[in-house]
Design a protein around this ligand. Structure first.
Ligand SMILES: Cc1cc2nc3c(=O)[nH]c(=O)nc-3n(C[C@H](O)[C@H](O)[C@H](O)COP(=O)(O)OP(=O)(O)OC[C@H]3O[C@@H](n4cnc5c(N)ncnc54)[C@H](O)[C@@H]3O)c2cc1C
Length: 421
């Protein structure tokens, strides 16, 4: 079983590799009879709290994928990766609301929130789920649709309510975008971020951008101009013509001289290349903060709390992300204007001081965080941390549902919701 995450690993008594939803249900019933905890592994990108003993369900062999071009609905099983869906959808002139990484599982991504490259235009991908097939802690396979109490609770809570064996997901008729990345030397981080924040305040909802700060390792497989270099990148995805795109990004291009600029019209199927994320497995821990605003003071606080040992990803929210979706997904803080993610190398189960420092620095602007962007550092995973993923009303509703559907907290190898008493 391969995992993208190498610093943390599940430690189960038994690994099950089901080929069908019925086999998943049988594994869950088996674990329930023995009162064992259950974990789920797809690709390991979002490994949160490792399973200690019990049964690990590896979804890698649940590879079914069917696209109905007339209804624009894809039925996607739990082992399918985002890149596979991107390629298959493109054959029909369609696209999923995919995110920066083509190698995450589609379902793992949706169970976070699904913050995609076109998020400001179309909202969270979780809000485009039309049906869920879920094996709950009692071993029952249920088909859920919007309006069912458990439907929205599953989306946004990263595995707290059972094993999702398949989803039905709405696709969009998107074939091409104008996008790519402007990369500047990190010495220009302040003027580039200043220019981006000013530009973002009036940017149309049809453009979704993010800023990334990182130091590339000195590796041969990287282009020479990036090797060992600290950079700030502005990533852009826009639905419009090249001329409209060029006009739109002109103030960003003018922020400082670029190291590289690959903005162009591209097939949407290539959009997974925009962020240039490392494809090799590695060890990391991460936190995030949904900010009510990202002003000059928040920027200064973030830059002071981060450095060459951290990777920073700041995504502009707003636009369609403000709308509560039809799915009732448990994705809160929709009024947040930016989401800051910070990732750092990790090598043990303890707290990660670099992440604690970022959380404290951004506290004055923070509304809460998203569970789907909390990786590793299981020592920090207490109930307060899970609660901070939701408003108090949402958390109480989720805790009541957890008490009803998973009273023994069998699915606790994640940022766990505690069943209400
Ligand atoms: C490099 C990188 C880029 C990313 N970019 C984005 C992005 O642009 N937008 C975004 O929204 N997210 C993004 N993410 C977050 C990612 O979508 C989540 O971490 C997601 O949970 C990964 O799912 P996975 O199944 O691939 O990983 P895994 O580590 O295998 O699973 C993560 C967790 O999801 C749960 N889970 C997975 N599959 C199932 C299932 N079938 N049933 C029940 N529970 C399940 C489990 O609890 C598991 O612990 C990114 C993550 C990384 C590492």
């Amino acid at each position: 079983m391969e995992s993208f995450q190498t610093a943390y690993a599940h430690n189960p008594d038994l690994i099950v590799e089901p080929r069908t939803a019925e086999e998943v249900a049988a594994a869950v019933r088996n674990a329930a009879e023995r009162d064992l905890p259950i974990g789920v592994h797809a690709t390991g990108h979002g490994l949160s709290v490792p399973l200690d003993g019990g049964v690990l369900i590896d979804t890698g062999h649940l590879n079914g994928l069917h696209i109905d071009p007339d209804t624009r609905i894809a039925r996607v099983e739990a082992g399918v990766r985002a890149g596979t869906l991107l390629t298959a959808a493109a054959e029909h002139g369609l696209a999923p609301l995919s995110g920066s990484s083509p190698s995450v599982s589609v379902i793992g991504y949706l169970l976070g929130s699904g913050l995609g490259l076109l998020a400001r235009h179309y909202g969270y991908a979780a809000d485009r789920v039309r049906a869920l097939e879920l094996v709950t802690a009692d071993g029952e396979l249920r088909r859920l649709v919007p309006g069912d109490a458990l439907f929205g609770a599953v989306l946004g809570t990263v595995g707290n309510f059972g094993v999702v064996t398949a989803v039905e997901l709405e696709l969009l008729p998107v074939t091409e975008i104008y996008g790519g990345q402007l990369v500047f030397d990190a010495a220009n981080a302040e003027p580039v971020l200043d220019a981006w924040r000013a530009w973002a305040a009036t940017a149309p909802d049809t453009v979704t951008t993010s800023a990334g700060l990182l130091t590339y390792p000195d590796l041969e497989q990287l282009p020479p101009f990036l090797r060992g270099r600290s950079v700030v990148g502005l990533r852009i995805a826009f639905e419009g013509t090249a001329a409209e795109g060029e006009r739109l990004v002109a103030p960003l291009r003018a922020a400082a001289s670029t190291i590289t600029d690959d903005l162009r019209i591209m097939p949407y199927a290539e959009s997974g290349s925009i962020h240039r994320e490392p494809p090799e497995p590695h060890g990391y821990a991460a936190t995030n903060a949904a900010l009510r605003r990202f002003d000059a003071a928040a920027q200064r606080a973030l830059l002071a709390a981060t450095g060459p040992d951290t990777v920073v990803d700041i995504r502009q929210l707003g636009g369609a992300l403000r709308e509560p979706g039809k799915s009732g997904a448990a994705v809160d803080f929709r009024e947040a204007e930016f989401l800051v993610r910070v990732i750092t190398a990790a090598d043990g189960p303890g707290r990660v001081p670099a992440l604690d420092a970022v959380r404290s620095a951004l506290a004055p602007w923070t509304l809460g965080h998203q569970l789907g962007f909390l990786y590793g550092a299981p020592a920090a995973a207490d109930e307060a941390q899970t609660r901070a993923g939701f408003t108090p009303e949402t958390y109480d509703r989720l805790a009541a549902l957890k008490a009803e559907y998973d009273p023994a907290a069998r699915f606790r190898a994640t940022r766990a919701i505690v069943p209400a008493r």
